[in-house]
Design a protein around this ligand. Structure first.
Ligand code: SAH
Length: 512
């Protein structure tokens, strides 16, 4: 293939919502792109598949923000393409099903930007399927017809061809129709559909928030209103809407909802692990790491490694960023050979081990105070200690070292930033969930710093899962005890802890 100077735009179908319903090809395009342009919350959940360095550009509607006009999106795609970037344009469902993907292609054609479309699983079929409604079924429905309920918007008049739709005998699937449920139902009845014809409305199909209302043409409007069904929603009308072919597989975390906090890639892996066992899981607070490993302070430290006798790590992220930064600074691990290494807890020690280093010291109880105590016993005034860690690190370590007259450099290696997903719905989501997970002390701090007093009280019912002792201590400092601490400090360990706890709580629930 000729090398691309101009870049290219990949119009990728993101699927109906469940991030695992993207195609393998779509996933590959995401894995290897320079920019992602996305507009719905569901495709938001796929962003973890893009390289960390890829630009993420949101062009949709979200509380308080205006969405970009279609022309502006077209221009953006053309501009990114002209900059030589590999751009993934994520579109919900399939790009060409009511997605305005065609308009984006026309703009790319006009600008002679190379492009490719990657088909997606359309919500028109997958959302009914997710609740057990097949769009066709032998001897019941021989065709299905997908239409938009949106063109009805102005003046609530039905489009001229509506009576023709209504006479079709197959399953009718309306996208973007919820706001016009009334004229749709009326139009169908007027065109001669029987009042007892089955109908269903599905909100947020294939997602943790999925909701289903079943009824008939006579009562579906009232039932949907009663349930307070919101967009995005799909309306299905026809005999098959009465069928229930929903999954009968029973898994250990069915019915369990988990709120996850942590970095994008960690959360993504934990969510996969939990949802594979039936849980509904989503990231409520996404942590980002801003690394200063290339900054002046760290450069000086990398340059003066021989002046230190100990290096102390207080998180797995610290280990990773420190070692990556060392390589980026043009040095390798031989420059660390003389150093003794301390880790605050087992997770941090495990990360060191992954890189080929055995920690010389890990305190028995995993907190910074114990680490400080141990270090003051092992080191003395002749030592010099390097502490590359996050900005919100505990001062207990510095105080203990100062008290003993042990020289040290506490250097900000990284900073933890928190980004809330659907901040305005946080209380509601926490209220519905049984578990909340934390994978680091900085994660605990970032989360609690962002909570209102009322939201904090709203956590009383939820069981908090911590990846390990250090995280649990950070939580304790916030006035809350961890309900569960994983036995092994990784994703399988956290998943196993939730499964075990859910089985026990499930038993007590049944006994009551
Ligand atoms: N290209 C998309 C459809 C875009 S139009 C596709 O192929 O699926 C957007 C409409 O799709 C919404 O108004 C809603 O009617 C429907 N929709 C998309 N995802 C949905 C979901 N997860 N649950 C219910 N409806 C959904």
């Amino acid at each position: 293939m000729e090398t691309m100077k101009k870049g290219a735009v990949f119009l990728v179908g993101a699927g109906p919502g469940d991030p695992e319903l993207i195609t393998a090809k779509g996933m590959m395009r995401l894995n290897d792109c320079d920019a992602v342009v996305y507009d719905s919350l569901s495709s938001d959940r796929l962003l973890a598949l893009a390289p960390e360095t890829a630009e993420r550009i949101y062009v949709g509607k979200r509380a308080g923000r205006h969405s970009m006009k279609q022309e502006e999106i077209n221009e953006l795609l053309v501009r990114l393409g002209n900059e030589g970037k590999k751009v993934v344009r994520l579109k919900g469902g399939d790009p060409f099903v009511f997605g305005r993907g065609g308009e984006e292609i026309q703009a790319l054609q006009a600008a002679e930007i190379p492009y490719e479309t990657v088909p997606g699983v359309t919500s028109a079929v997958a959302v009914p399927e997710s609740v057990g409604i097949p769009v066709t079924h032998r001897a019941m429905s021989r065709s299905f017809h997908v239409m938009t309920g949106h063109t009805l918007a102005e003046g609530e008049t039905l489009p001229p061809d509506f009576p023709a739709f209504a006479r079709l005998s197959g399953t009718l699937v309306f996208l973007m129709g919820l706001g016009n449920l009334h004229p749709i139902v009326e139009g169908l009845l007027e065109a001669g559909k029987p009042a007892d014809l089955p109908a269903a409305v599905i909100e947020n199909g294939t997602l943790p928030e999925e909701r289903l209302v079943r009824g008939t043409l006579a009562d579906i409007e009232e039932k949907a209103a009663e349930a307070g069904i919101k967009t995005p929603a799909i309306i299905v009308v026809g005999e098959t809407a009465a069928l229930d072919m929903s999954s009968t597989l029973r898994r250990p975390l069915d019915g369990i909802q988990v709120c996850v906090t942590g970095t994008e890639s960690f959360s993504d892996r934990l969510i996969r692990s939990l949802t594979a066992l039936g849980a509904k899981a989503e990231n409520v607070c996404r942590l980002g790491l801003k690394s200063y490993s290339g900054g002046p302070e760290m450069r000086r430290a990398y340059g003066n490694l021989s002046s230190y006798s100990w290096a102390v790590f207080t998180s797995a992220n610290g280990v990773r960023l420190f070692l990556e930064g060392l390589l980026a600074a043009g040095k390798d691990f031989r420059s660390l050979g003389h150093l003794k290494l301390a880790a605050v807890g087992r997770g941090t020690a495990q990360e060191l081990r992954r890189w080929g280093f055995l920690a010389d010291y890990v305190p028995d109880r995993y907190q910074v105070e114990d680490l400080a105590q141990g270090l003051t016993e092992l080191a003395d005034g002749g030592d010099r200690i390097l502490i590359p860690r996050s900005r919100d690190g505990s001062h207990a370590l510095n105080e203990a070292l100062e008290a003993e007259g042990i020289p040290y450099d506490d250097i900000v290696l990284y900073e933890v930033t928190a980004e809330w997903r659907e901040r305005e719905r946080l209380a509601e989501i926490l209220g519905q969930s049984q578990y909340l997970t934390f994978a680091s002390g900085s994660g605990v701090n970032a989360f609690f710093d962002g909570l209102t007093e009322e939201e904090r009280r709203g956590l009383d019912h939820i069981r908090i899962v911590c990846i390990g002792g250090v995280t649990a201590r950070a939580l304790e400092k916030r006035g809350r005890k961890a309900d569960i601490v994983a036995e092994t400090y990784n994703i399988p360990g956290m998943t196993a802890a939730v499964v075990k706890d859910a089985a026990v709580s499930g038993d007590t629930r049944e006994k009551r």
